[in-house]
Design a protein around this ligand. Structure first.
Ligand code: SF4
Ligand code: SF4
Length: 458
Protein backbone atom coordinates (compact mmCIF):
# COMPACT_ATOMS: atom_id res chain seq x y z
CA UNK A 1 0.00 0.00 0.00
CA UNK A 2 2.84 2.32 0.80
CA UNK A 3 4.11 1.80 -2.74
CA UNK A 4 0.81 2.83 -4.27
CA UNK A 5 0.56 6.04 -2.26
CA UNK A 6 4.15 6.93 -2.97
CA UNK A 7 3.67 6.30 -6.66
CA UNK A 8 0.64 8.53 -6.99
CA UNK A 9 2.63 11.46 -5.67
CA UNK A 10 5.48 11.08 -8.12
CA UNK A 11 5.97 13.51 -10.94
CA UNK A 12 8.85 15.20 -12.61
CA UNK A 13 10.61 15.94 -15.82
CA UNK A 14 13.00 14.16 -18.07
CA UNK A 15 16.27 15.41 -19.46
CA UNK A 16 18.58 14.26 -22.17
CA UNK A 17 21.35 14.23 -19.59
CA UNK A 18 19.40 11.83 -17.39
CA UNK A 19 18.71 9.66 -20.36
CA UNK A 20 22.33 9.42 -21.36
CA UNK A 21 23.53 8.83 -17.84
CA UNK A 22 20.98 6.21 -16.92
CA UNK A 23 20.83 4.66 -20.35
CA UNK A 24 24.62 4.54 -20.29
CA UNK A 25 26.04 3.06 -23.43
CA UNK A 26 22.61 1.86 -24.40
CA UNK A 27 22.14 4.58 -27.01
CA UNK A 28 25.29 5.10 -28.93
CA UNK A 29 26.34 7.38 -31.72
CA UNK A 30 24.65 10.21 -33.53
CA UNK A 31 22.32 7.83 -35.32
CA UNK A 32 20.57 7.16 -32.06
CA UNK A 33 20.49 10.60 -30.47
CA UNK A 34 17.28 11.26 -28.61
CA UNK A 35 15.14 14.35 -28.25
CA UNK A 36 12.95 13.44 -25.31
CA UNK A 37 9.35 14.48 -25.26
CA UNK A 38 8.81 15.24 -21.63
CA UNK A 39 5.06 14.89 -21.80
CA UNK A 40 3.72 13.38 -18.62
CA UNK A 41 0.16 12.32 -18.83
CA UNK A 42 -2.00 9.33 -18.23
CA UNK A 43 -3.46 7.48 -15.30
CA UNK A 44 -2.06 9.52 -12.50
CA UNK A 45 1.41 10.93 -12.36
CA UNK A 46 4.12 8.36 -12.88
CA UNK A 47 7.66 8.21 -11.63
CA UNK A 48 10.29 10.64 -12.78
CA UNK A 49 13.76 9.69 -13.87
CA UNK A 50 15.50 8.18 -16.84
CA UNK A 51 14.01 4.75 -16.22
CA UNK A 52 10.42 5.83 -15.89
CA UNK A 53 7.64 6.15 -18.42
CA UNK A 54 7.32 9.61 -19.98
CA UNK A 55 4.46 9.20 -22.41
CA UNK A 56 0.97 7.74 -22.22
CA UNK A 57 -1.34 7.36 -25.21
CA UNK A 58 -5.04 6.65 -25.63
CA UNK A 59 -5.41 2.95 -26.34
CA UNK A 60 -8.01 3.24 -29.08
CA UNK A 61 -11.63 2.99 -28.07
CA UNK A 62 -10.77 1.45 -24.70
CA UNK A 63 -9.95 5.07 -23.69
CA UNK A 64 -7.26 3.73 -21.36
CA UNK A 65 -4.11 5.89 -21.19
CA UNK A 66 -1.40 3.36 -21.86
CA UNK A 67 2.35 3.68 -21.28
CA UNK A 68 4.25 3.81 -24.57
CA UNK A 69 6.40 0.90 -23.36
CA UNK A 70 4.79 -2.18 -21.85
CA UNK A 71 5.48 -5.63 -20.50
CA UNK A 72 5.64 -8.33 -23.16
CA UNK A 73 4.98 -11.50 -21.24
CA UNK A 74 6.31 -14.23 -23.54
CA UNK A 75 9.38 -14.86 -21.36
CA UNK A 76 7.87 -13.44 -18.15
CA UNK A 77 8.30 -15.79 -15.19
CA UNK A 78 9.49 -13.50 -12.36
CA UNK A 79 6.89 -11.46 -10.52
CA UNK A 80 9.63 -8.99 -9.44
CA UNK A 81 9.83 -7.86 -13.08
CA UNK A 82 6.13 -6.98 -13.00
CA UNK A 83 6.48 -5.02 -9.77
CA UNK A 84 9.51 -3.17 -11.12
CA UNK A 85 7.76 -2.31 -14.38
CA UNK A 86 4.73 -0.99 -12.48
CA UNK A 87 6.94 1.11 -10.21
CA UNK A 88 8.46 2.73 -13.30
CA UNK A 89 5.02 3.68 -14.65
CA UNK A 90 4.34 0.79 -17.03
CA UNK A 91 0.65 0.02 -16.90
CA UNK A 92 0.09 -2.54 -19.69
CA UNK A 93 0.84 -6.23 -19.17
CA UNK A 94 0.51 -8.60 -22.10
CA UNK A 95 0.45 -12.30 -21.25
CA UNK A 96 -1.19 -15.44 -22.60
CA UNK A 97 -2.44 -18.79 -21.44
CA UNK A 98 0.39 -20.40 -23.39
CA UNK A 99 3.29 -18.26 -22.14
CA UNK A 100 5.14 -20.69 -19.90
CA UNK A 101 1.91 -22.73 -19.63
CA UNK A 102 0.34 -20.05 -17.44
CA UNK A 103 3.52 -19.00 -15.63
CA UNK A 104 3.45 -15.49 -17.14
CA UNK A 105 -0.13 -15.02 -15.96
CA UNK A 106 0.86 -16.23 -12.50
CA UNK A 107 3.75 -13.74 -12.40
CA UNK A 108 1.25 -10.92 -13.00
CA UNK A 109 -1.13 -12.38 -10.44
CA UNK A 110 1.55 -12.60 -7.78
CA UNK A 111 2.26 -8.88 -8.25
CA UNK A 112 -1.41 -7.87 -8.16
CA UNK A 113 -1.38 -6.85 -4.49
CA UNK A 114 1.46 -4.44 -5.29
CA UNK A 115 -0.52 -2.62 -7.99
CA UNK A 116 -3.54 -0.36 -8.13
CA UNK A 117 -5.91 -2.48 -10.23
CA UNK A 118 -7.71 0.49 -11.80
CA UNK A 119 -4.40 1.90 -13.09
CA UNK A 120 -3.32 -1.15 -15.04
CA UNK A 121 -4.50 -2.93 -18.17
CA UNK A 122 -4.11 -6.70 -18.33
CA UNK A 123 -4.36 -8.65 -21.52
CA UNK A 124 -4.30 -12.40 -21.91
CA UNK A 125 -4.93 -14.70 -24.88
CA UNK A 126 -5.98 -18.14 -25.93
CA UNK A 127 -5.50 -19.92 -29.24
CA UNK A 128 -8.82 -21.13 -30.67
CA UNK A 129 -9.16 -24.55 -32.22
CA UNK A 130 -12.05 -26.21 -34.06
CA UNK A 131 -12.84 -28.31 -31.00
CA UNK A 132 -13.42 -25.29 -28.74
CA UNK A 133 -16.93 -24.68 -27.49
CA UNK A 134 -18.44 -21.79 -25.59
CA UNK A 135 -17.86 -23.81 -22.41
CA UNK A 136 -14.19 -24.56 -23.10
CA UNK A 137 -13.50 -20.90 -23.94
CA UNK A 138 -15.17 -19.85 -20.72
CA UNK A 139 -13.34 -22.49 -18.66
CA UNK A 140 -10.01 -21.40 -20.08
CA UNK A 141 -10.80 -17.74 -19.45
CA UNK A 142 -11.71 -18.51 -15.83
CA UNK A 143 -8.43 -20.37 -15.34
CA UNK A 144 -6.52 -17.35 -16.71
CA UNK A 145 -8.52 -15.05 -14.43
CA UNK A 146 -7.69 -17.21 -11.41
CA UNK A 147 -3.98 -17.20 -12.17
CA UNK A 148 -4.02 -13.41 -12.44
CA UNK A 149 -5.72 -13.04 -9.05
CA UNK A 150 -8.14 -10.37 -10.20
CA UNK A 151 -11.86 -9.84 -10.64
CA UNK A 152 -11.73 -8.97 -14.34
CA UNK A 153 -9.47 -9.02 -17.36
CA UNK A 154 -9.20 -5.87 -19.44
CA UNK A 155 -8.77 -7.64 -22.76
CA UNK A 156 -8.98 -11.25 -23.90
CA UNK A 157 -7.28 -11.88 -27.22
CA UNK A 158 -7.82 -14.52 -29.83
CA UNK A 159 -4.22 -15.74 -30.01
CA UNK A 160 -2.87 -16.09 -33.52
CA UNK A 161 -6.02 -16.76 -35.60
CA UNK A 162 -4.71 -18.42 -38.76
CA UNK A 163 -7.41 -17.17 -41.12
CA UNK A 164 -9.98 -14.42 -41.56
CA UNK A 165 -12.74 -16.99 -40.99
CA UNK A 166 -11.35 -17.81 -37.53
CA UNK A 167 -12.20 -14.28 -36.41
CA UNK A 168 -15.86 -15.28 -36.54
CA UNK A 169 -15.51 -18.34 -34.28
CA UNK A 170 -18.97 -18.46 -32.60
CA UNK A 171 -17.69 -20.17 -29.42
CA UNK A 172 -15.23 -17.33 -28.75
CA UNK A 173 -17.79 -14.57 -29.28
CA UNK A 174 -20.60 -16.29 -27.36
CA UNK A 175 -18.35 -16.87 -24.37
CA UNK A 176 -16.77 -13.43 -24.36
CA UNK A 177 -20.13 -11.66 -24.80
CA UNK A 178 -21.38 -13.37 -21.63
CA UNK A 179 -18.17 -12.68 -19.73
CA UNK A 180 -18.49 -9.00 -20.62
CA UNK A 181 -22.10 -8.96 -19.45
CA UNK A 182 -20.97 -10.47 -16.14
CA UNK A 183 -18.28 -7.81 -15.68
CA UNK A 184 -15.42 -10.31 -15.88
CA UNK A 185 -14.12 -8.98 -19.19
CA UNK A 186 -13.99 -5.56 -20.81
CA UNK A 187 -12.64 -5.96 -24.35
CA UNK A 188 -11.56 -8.51 -26.93
CA UNK A 189 -8.67 -8.32 -29.34
CA UNK A 190 -6.43 -10.41 -31.56
CA UNK A 191 -2.75 -11.11 -31.94
CA UNK A 192 -1.52 -12.40 -35.28
CA UNK A 193 1.54 -14.25 -36.53
CA UNK A 194 0.30 -15.04 -40.03
CA UNK A 195 -1.70 -17.72 -41.75
CA UNK A 196 -2.27 -21.12 -40.22
CA UNK A 197 -1.57 -24.35 -42.05
CA UNK A 198 -4.04 -24.78 -44.90
CA UNK A 199 -5.08 -21.11 -44.96
CA UNK A 200 -4.18 -18.81 -47.82
CA UNK A 201 -4.94 -15.62 -45.89
CA UNK A 202 -2.00 -13.36 -45.20
CA UNK A 203 -1.26 -11.72 -41.89
CA UNK A 204 -2.18 -8.37 -43.43
CA UNK A 205 -5.58 -9.68 -44.52
CA UNK A 206 -6.30 -11.12 -41.08
CA UNK A 207 -5.28 -7.92 -39.29
CA UNK A 208 -7.22 -5.64 -41.64
CA UNK A 209 -10.31 -7.81 -41.29
CA UNK A 210 -10.03 -7.59 -37.50
CA UNK A 211 -9.53 -3.82 -37.61
CA UNK A 212 -12.72 -3.29 -39.58
CA UNK A 213 -14.75 -6.04 -37.87
CA UNK A 214 -16.03 -3.83 -35.07
CA UNK A 215 -15.85 -6.45 -32.31
CA UNK A 216 -12.10 -6.37 -31.71
CA UNK A 217 -11.00 -3.34 -29.71
CA UNK A 218 -7.27 -4.15 -29.71
CA UNK A 219 -4.58 -5.92 -31.64
CA UNK A 220 -1.01 -7.07 -31.19
CA UNK A 221 1.14 -7.49 -34.26
CA UNK A 222 4.67 -7.48 -35.61
CA UNK A 223 5.85 -3.96 -36.46
CA UNK A 224 9.36 -2.82 -37.22
CA UNK A 225 11.35 -0.71 -39.65
CA UNK A 226 11.57 -3.60 -42.11
CA UNK A 227 7.88 -4.54 -42.31
CA UNK A 228 6.46 -1.03 -42.12
CA UNK A 229 4.72 -1.34 -45.46
CA UNK A 230 2.26 -3.84 -44.00
CA UNK A 231 2.37 -2.35 -40.52
CA UNK A 232 1.54 1.18 -41.62
CA UNK A 233 -1.50 -0.06 -43.55
CA UNK A 234 -2.75 -1.87 -40.46
CA UNK A 235 -2.04 1.13 -38.24
CA UNK A 236 -4.01 3.38 -40.60
CA UNK A 237 -6.99 1.00 -40.47
CA UNK A 238 -6.77 0.86 -36.68
CA UNK A 239 -6.67 4.64 -36.49
CA UNK A 240 -9.71 4.94 -38.72
CA UNK A 241 -11.66 2.42 -36.61
CA UNK A 242 -10.21 3.55 -33.28
CA UNK A 243 -8.64 0.18 -32.46
CA UNK A 244 -5.89 0.03 -29.81
CA UNK A 245 -2.49 -0.98 -31.20
CA UNK A 246 0.31 -2.88 -29.51
CA UNK A 247 3.61 -3.93 -31.07
CA UNK A 248 5.74 -7.05 -30.93
CA UNK A 249 8.78 -8.30 -32.88
CA UNK A 250 10.28 -4.85 -33.07
CA UNK A 251 13.95 -5.85 -33.54
CA UNK A 252 14.55 -7.32 -36.99
CA UNK A 253 18.29 -6.60 -37.22
CA UNK A 254 20.80 -9.36 -37.74
CA UNK A 255 24.34 -9.95 -36.59
CA UNK A 256 27.35 -10.84 -38.62
CA UNK A 257 27.53 -14.65 -38.96
CA UNK A 258 30.20 -16.51 -37.00
CA UNK A 259 33.11 -17.34 -39.36
CA UNK A 260 33.65 -20.98 -40.20
CA UNK A 261 36.63 -22.76 -38.67
CA UNK A 262 36.31 -26.47 -39.61
CA UNK A 263 38.46 -27.45 -36.63
CA UNK A 264 36.44 -25.40 -34.18
CA UNK A 265 32.79 -25.39 -35.19
CA UNK A 266 30.15 -23.61 -33.13
CA UNK A 267 27.34 -25.76 -31.75
CA UNK A 268 24.96 -24.57 -34.47
CA UNK A 269 27.56 -25.23 -37.18
CA UNK A 270 28.27 -28.71 -35.78
CA UNK A 271 24.54 -29.50 -35.77
CA UNK A 272 24.26 -28.41 -39.36
CA UNK A 273 27.21 -30.61 -40.39
CA UNK A 274 25.82 -33.60 -38.45
CA UNK A 275 22.46 -33.25 -40.11
CA UNK A 276 23.97 -33.10 -43.58
CA UNK A 277 26.14 -36.14 -42.83
CA UNK A 278 23.08 -38.02 -41.54
CA UNK A 279 21.61 -37.52 -45.02
CA UNK A 280 24.45 -39.45 -46.65
CA UNK A 281 27.01 -36.71 -47.39
CA UNK A 282 30.65 -36.85 -46.26
CA UNK A 283 31.90 -34.49 -43.57
CA UNK A 284 33.93 -32.62 -46.19
CA UNK A 285 30.86 -32.12 -48.37
CA UNK A 286 28.88 -30.94 -45.35
CA UNK A 287 31.59 -28.43 -44.43
CA UNK A 288 31.72 -27.12 -48.00
CA UNK A 289 27.96 -26.71 -48.12
CA UNK A 290 28.01 -24.84 -44.81
CA UNK A 291 30.93 -22.68 -45.96
CA UNK A 292 28.93 -21.63 -49.03
CA UNK A 293 25.98 -20.58 -46.91
CA UNK A 294 28.11 -18.60 -44.50
CA UNK A 295 29.92 -16.89 -47.36
CA UNK A 296 26.62 -15.78 -48.84
CA UNK A 297 25.59 -14.36 -45.48
CA UNK A 298 28.93 -12.62 -45.04
CA UNK A 299 28.64 -11.00 -48.44
CA UNK A 300 25.30 -9.55 -47.40
CA UNK A 301 26.78 -8.39 -44.14
CA UNK A 302 29.62 -6.53 -45.90
CA UNK A 303 27.00 -4.22 -47.36
CA UNK A 304 25.80 -3.17 -43.93
CA UNK A 305 29.23 -2.51 -42.45
CA UNK A 306 29.74 0.98 -43.90
CA UNK A 307 26.43 2.04 -42.43
CA UNK A 308 27.27 0.55 -39.05
CA UNK A 309 30.72 2.17 -39.08
CA UNK A 310 29.51 5.57 -40.18
CA UNK A 311 26.85 5.87 -37.53
CA UNK A 312 28.64 4.20 -34.68
CA UNK A 313 26.44 1.14 -34.32
CA UNK A 314 28.81 -1.62 -33.35
CA UNK A 315 26.76 -4.01 -31.27
CA UNK A 316 23.48 -5.85 -31.52
CA UNK A 317 22.29 -3.97 -28.41
CA UNK A 318 22.68 -0.63 -30.15
CA UNK A 319 20.88 -1.84 -33.21
CA UNK A 320 18.08 -3.28 -31.07
CA UNK A 321 17.64 0.01 -29.21
CA UNK A 322 17.47 1.99 -32.43
CA UNK A 323 14.93 -0.48 -33.80
CA UNK A 324 12.68 -0.31 -30.76
CA UNK A 325 12.97 3.46 -30.65
CA UNK A 326 11.73 3.61 -34.23
CA UNK A 327 8.52 1.89 -33.10
CA UNK A 328 8.08 3.73 -29.80
CA UNK A 329 8.23 7.16 -31.40
CA UNK A 330 5.25 6.43 -33.66
CA UNK A 331 2.13 7.81 -31.93
CA UNK A 332 -0.12 5.51 -33.97
CA UNK A 333 1.46 2.52 -32.24
CA UNK A 334 0.04 3.01 -28.78
CA UNK A 335 2.41 0.75 -26.87
CA UNK A 336 5.46 -1.39 -27.59
CA UNK A 337 5.81 -4.69 -25.74
CA UNK A 338 9.28 -5.37 -24.39
CA UNK A 339 10.30 -8.94 -23.58
CA UNK A 340 10.04 -9.04 -19.79
CA UNK A 341 12.63 -11.70 -19.14
CA UNK A 342 14.48 -9.61 -16.54
CA UNK A 343 14.58 -6.26 -14.78
CA UNK A 344 17.78 -5.50 -16.67
CA UNK A 345 16.04 -5.98 -19.99
CA UNK A 346 13.18 -3.67 -18.98
CA UNK A 347 15.69 -1.06 -17.78
CA UNK A 348 17.51 -1.25 -21.08
CA UNK A 349 14.44 -0.10 -23.03
CA UNK A 350 12.67 2.14 -20.49
CA UNK A 351 14.78 5.22 -21.38
CA UNK A 352 13.22 5.10 -24.85
CA UNK A 353 9.85 6.13 -23.43
CA UNK A 354 8.88 9.53 -24.78
CA UNK A 355 11.93 9.69 -27.03
CA UNK A 356 11.80 11.18 -30.49
CA UNK A 357 14.73 10.60 -32.78
CA UNK A 358 15.52 13.43 -35.18
CA UNK A 359 14.10 12.97 -38.67
CA UNK A 360 17.61 12.50 -40.02
CA UNK A 361 18.13 9.52 -37.76
CA UNK A 362 14.94 7.87 -38.92
CA UNK A 363 16.23 8.18 -42.45
CA UNK A 364 19.45 6.48 -41.42
CA UNK A 365 17.61 3.55 -39.93
CA UNK A 366 15.60 3.35 -43.08
CA UNK A 367 18.85 3.21 -45.08
CA UNK A 368 20.01 0.36 -42.92
CA UNK A 369 16.69 -1.36 -43.54
CA UNK A 370 17.19 -1.18 -47.28
CA UNK A 371 20.61 -2.78 -46.91
CA UNK A 372 19.47 -5.76 -44.87
CA UNK A 373 16.04 -6.04 -46.41
CA UNK A 374 16.84 -9.20 -48.35
CA UNK A 375 17.83 -11.03 -45.18
CA UNK A 376 14.79 -10.40 -43.02
CA UNK A 377 11.74 -12.62 -43.31
CA UNK A 378 8.56 -10.57 -42.83
CA UNK A 379 6.96 -13.57 -41.08
CA UNK A 380 3.38 -13.71 -42.11
CA UNK A 381 3.51 -12.52 -45.68
CA UNK A 382 3.64 -16.20 -46.76
CA UNK A 383 4.29 -15.32 -50.39
CA UNK A 384 6.73 -18.24 -50.66
CA UNK A 385 4.48 -20.93 -49.21
CA UNK A 386 2.94 -21.98 -52.52
CA UNK A 387 6.38 -22.49 -54.04
CA UNK A 388 7.36 -25.24 -51.59
CA UNK A 389 6.34 -28.71 -52.76
CA UNK A 390 6.56 -29.93 -49.16
CA UNK A 391 4.08 -27.21 -48.12
CA UNK A 392 6.41 -25.90 -45.40
CA UNK A 393 5.31 -22.78 -43.57
CA UNK A 394 8.50 -20.85 -44.06
CA UNK A 395 7.32 -17.89 -42.05
CA UNK A 396 6.57 -20.06 -39.02
CA UNK A 397 10.09 -21.53 -39.10
CA UNK A 398 11.51 -18.03 -39.53
CA UNK A 399 9.46 -16.83 -36.57
CA UNK A 400 10.92 -19.50 -34.34
CA UNK A 401 14.39 -18.57 -35.58
CA UNK A 402 13.56 -14.96 -34.62
CA UNK A 403 12.60 -16.10 -31.11
CA UNK A 404 15.92 -17.92 -30.89
CA UNK A 405 18.11 -15.15 -32.22
CA UNK A 406 16.39 -11.89 -31.32
CA UNK A 407 14.38 -12.67 -28.20
CA UNK A 408 16.84 -14.87 -26.28
CA UNK A 409 14.20 -17.63 -26.20
CA UNK A 410 16.39 -20.46 -27.37
CA UNK A 411 14.64 -23.22 -25.44
CA UNK A 412 11.09 -22.10 -26.30
CA UNK A 413 12.04 -21.76 -29.94
CA UNK A 414 13.51 -25.26 -30.08
CA UNK A 415 10.48 -26.79 -28.38
CA UNK A 416 8.11 -25.02 -30.77
CA UNK A 417 10.19 -26.17 -33.69
CA UNK A 418 10.04 -29.76 -32.52
CA UNK A 419 6.26 -29.45 -32.32
CA UNK A 420 6.16 -28.88 -36.07
CA UNK A 421 6.42 -32.65 -36.04
CA UNK A 422 8.45 -33.16 -39.17
CA UNK A 423 6.98 -30.25 -41.15
CA UNK A 424 10.27 -28.51 -40.67
CA UNK A 425 13.29 -27.39 -42.61
CA UNK A 426 14.87 -30.84 -42.64
CA UNK A 427 13.04 -31.10 -45.99
CA UNK A 428 15.30 -28.34 -47.31
CA UNK A 429 18.45 -30.45 -47.09
CA UNK A 430 19.10 -31.67 -50.62
CA UNK A 431 16.03 -29.90 -52.03
CA UNK A 432 16.46 -28.14 -55.40
CA UNK A 433 14.88 -25.06 -53.78
CA UNK A 434 12.07 -24.05 -56.10
CA UNK A 435 11.18 -21.56 -53.35
CA UNK A 436 14.18 -19.38 -54.15
CA UNK A 437 12.96 -16.50 -56.27
CA UNK A 438 9.48 -16.59 -54.76
CA UNK A 439 10.17 -14.08 -51.99
CA UNK A 440 9.21 -10.52 -53.00
CA UNK A 441 12.01 -9.22 -50.77
CA UNK A 442 14.65 -11.40 -52.37
CA UNK A 443 15.41 -13.71 -49.46
CA UNK A 444 17.42 -16.83 -50.15
CA UNK A 445 14.66 -18.96 -48.62
CA UNK A 446 16.57 -22.23 -48.57
CA UNK A 447 19.66 -20.73 -46.93
CA UNK A 448 17.53 -19.11 -44.26
CA UNK A 449 15.59 -22.32 -43.64
CA UNK A 450 18.77 -24.36 -43.32
CA UNK A 451 20.25 -21.81 -40.96
CA UNK A 452 17.09 -21.93 -38.86
CA UNK A 453 17.12 -25.72 -38.90
CA UNK A 454 20.68 -25.85 -37.61
CA UNK A 455 19.78 -23.49 -34.79
CA UNK A 456 16.45 -24.94 -33.79
CA UNK A 457 17.06 -28.67 -33.95
CA UNK A 458 17.33 -30.24 -30.53
S1 SF4 B 1 10.77 -15.77 -46.94
FE1 SF4 B 1 9.99 -13.96 -48.01
S2 SF4 B 1 8.07 -14.66 -48.98
FE2 SF4 B 1 8.60 -16.17 -47.41
S3 SF4 B 1 7.45 -15.52 -45.56
FE3 SF4 B 1 9.55 -14.62 -45.45
S4 SF4 B 1 9.38 -12.59 -46.36
FE4 SF4 B 1 7.54 -13.75 -46.98
S1 SF4 C 1 14.25 -25.50 -49.88
FE1 SF4 C 1 12.82 -25.96 -48.21
S2 SF4 C 1 11.29 -24.32 -48.27
FE2 SF4 C 1 12.38 -24.32 -50.22
S3 SF4 C 1 11.11 -25.58 -51.57
FE3 SF4 C 1 12.70 -26.90 -50.70
S4 SF4 C 1 11.73 -27.79 -48.87
FE4 SF4 C 1 10.47 -26.03 -49.46
Amino acid sequence: MEKKAERKEQNGSFSRRNFLEVGGAAIAGSALAVTPAAAMSGNGAKRAGANSIKTYRTLGRTDFMVSDISVGGVPLRDTAVVRHAYDQGINYFDVAEGYGRGAAESAVGEAMAHMERSEIFITTKIGISGSDTEETVRDRFMTCLGRMQTEYIDAFYMHGPGSVATLDTPAFHAATDKLKAEGKLRHIGISCHGAGRGSSDTMEEILLAAATDGRFDLMLFSYNFLNREMGDKVLAACKEHNVGTTAMKTKPGTLKPTPLDPDNLTDAQQQSVDQTVSRGRTREQAIESLRGRIQRQEEGWQNTQPFMDKFGITTKDELDLASVQWVVQNPDMHTTCIAANSIDNMNKYLPLSGSTPADLNLALLSDYGRVISDRYCRQGCDACTGACPAGLQVSTVMRYAYYFENQAREKDAMVLYRELDGNDASHCLGCSAPCNGSCPWGLDVQANMLEAHARLSL
